[in-house]
Design a protein around this ligand. Structure first.
Ligand code: RIB
Ligand code: CA
Length: 320
């Protein structure tokens, strides 16, 4: 089995941090680079946090490039209620052991993908600003990736508004560019990530790794659990972003369907909503007959939660 090569664009963020460590620790893939975007917090903080996570994981050989500090059109909206003022509240503050690489994230994405066509699994777990900019700079990126997987969107309820999920809500114009490009996007939505809340039992297993990484992730989860308890009715916090990495590593732990995906840009109450029309829809979407439906995207609808956490714990153990 050829080892996959992952480039992760993210906005750390507690769940992004675990996604970085999963991608870095797994033996099923190689993490070739990390790019950061404004989202959960401002770009300076998400970049610092990515460097801090790389320091804890002792993955100093993996470059970190900073990208866009705001959405393409709208003002930046951050998520301090769930990630704190630092974007990584909970563990004691870590001083990164290096700076971000010089150069822009968008250039790194384009150059990494175009220099090795068919080789890079691009994963995005924050707003899609950097990815949209990369597509605009080099449209051939859409054909040159091995695959493109995001955490974002929802076909059920949203988590910012009734219908919009945070990553898409922050930069819907970028998302519209991304879903409109001629590639197949695998969109791991809230509907799936909410099936895999992190139980206290799993958190204890991570703590019992007895390593600096295990302790760090357990403290991240403790803060994240408190935030979810304060602001939602979820007692086990969904670790959204590792689900996107898990799809690259082990797609068989998901049940996935084909769908057309559009992004609402103008609705006063619905901007940032991903409008998902499954190809096997029993009833043709009202007003749109099926032949106009282009179900080129992939939307998981089920996840094996136990398998997800085995992947995560296996990877964290490797980063001892
Ligand atoms: O809606 C959840 C997503 O928004 C996750 O990626 C989280 O990190 C935030 O970026
Ligand atoms: Ca994220």
């Amino acid at each position: 089995m050829t080892t996959k090569r992952i480039l992760l664009d993210c906005d750390p963020g507690h769940d992004d941090a675990i996604a970085i460590l999963l991608a870095a620790g797994t033996t099923r893939a190689e993490l070739v680079g990390i790019t950061t975007v404004a989202g959960n917090q401002t770009l300076d903080k998400t970049t610092r946090n990515a460097l801090a996570v790389a320091t804890v994981g002792r993955i100093g050989d993996i470059p970190v490039f900073a990208g866009h500090d705001r959405p393409l059109v709208r003002p930046l909206r951050t998520a301090p209620r769930f990630h704190g003022e630092s974007g990584l509240d909970g563990p004691s503050r870590i001083v990164p052991d290096r700076d971000a690489s010089s150069g822009h994230a968008v250039d790194f994405i384009v150059e990494s993908v175009m220099s090795s066509p068919g080789d890079v699994s691009l994963v995005a777990t924050g707003p899609l600003t950097n990815v949209a900019a990369a597509l605009r700079r080099e449209p051939r990126v859409a054909q040159a990736v091995h695959e493109f997987v995001i955490m974002g969107g929802a076909y059920g309820p949203g988590n910012v508004t009734q219908t919009a999920e945070f990553n898409i809500f922050v930069d819907p114009e970028a998302a519209a560019i991304v879903f409109g490009a001629p590639w197949s996007v695998t969109m791991v939505t809230l509907d799936v990530t909410h099936q895999a809340g992190c139980t206290r039992h799993v958190q204890r297993r991570i703590e019992e790794l007895g390593t600096p990484v295990g302790g760090f992730v357990s403290r991240l989860l403790e803060f994240y659990r408190g935030a979810y308890l304060r602001h939602t009715d979820l007692s086990d916090p969904p670790v959204h972003d590792p689900c996107a990495i898990a799809y690259v590593l082990s797609p068989e732990i998901f049940e996935t369907r084909s769908a057309a995906i559009d992004v609402e840009l103008t609705g006063r109450w619905t901007a940032g909503t991903t409008v998902v029309r499954f190809a096997e829809a029993r009833e043709p979407p009202a007003g749109r007959d099926l032949e106009h439906l282009d179900p080129r995207h992939r939307v998981p609808v089920r996840i094996d939660s136990e398998a997800l956490y085995e992947l995560i714990i296996e990877a964290l153990r490797k980063l001892a």
